[in-house]
Design a protein around this ligand. Structure first.
Ligand SMILES: [Zn+2]
Length: 132
């Protein structure tokens, strides 16, 4: 066996090792991605189970779940408050009758037709003035 034959085998063997490492790395990256995807799927499944359980038991929550339920209620209240703040920034108000969001300057609700200025103090005076 000559030098070039041995050299050729060595290069080929090194090539196989590099190829093997590359395959291993690709395999590891693929598995990392699959693990991340499966963890995400598991989280969503737990969240869906928790939501379903909360919906069915929020009025008769077993004792051990009290703190978790309180977290959900506090978070839901903060979320509602943030949404209201955002709507106020967008110059929106809630209909006094049905709760739908509507432009702050509008008098009648676009959803239920309620007159949203009838009960406002300022407009009571206006109504009184109009009545006189
Ligand atoms: Zn309405």
């Amino acid at each position: 066996m000559g030098f070039f034959d041995t050299f050729g085998e060595t290069v080929a063997a090194a090539g196989k090792t590099v190829g093997g490492k590359t395959k291993e790395m690709a395999g590891a990256a693929r598995l990392s991605l699959q693990i991340t995807q499966e963890e995400s799927r598991l989280s969503r499944a737990f969240a869906a189970l928790g939501e379903a359980y909360y919906r069915d038991h929020k009025d008769d929550m077993p004792e051990g779940y009290g703190a978790l339920a309180a977290d959900i209620e506090a978070s839901a209240a903060r979320l509602e408050s943030l949404k209201q703040e955002k709507q106020i920034l967008k110059n929106q108000k809630r209909c006094e009758r049905c709760g739908a969001w509507m432009p702050a300057d509008d008098r009648f609700c676009g959803k239920c037709g309620a007159d949203n200025e009838r009960n406002a103090g300022e407009d009571e005076n206006k109504t009184t003035e109009e009545a006189l």
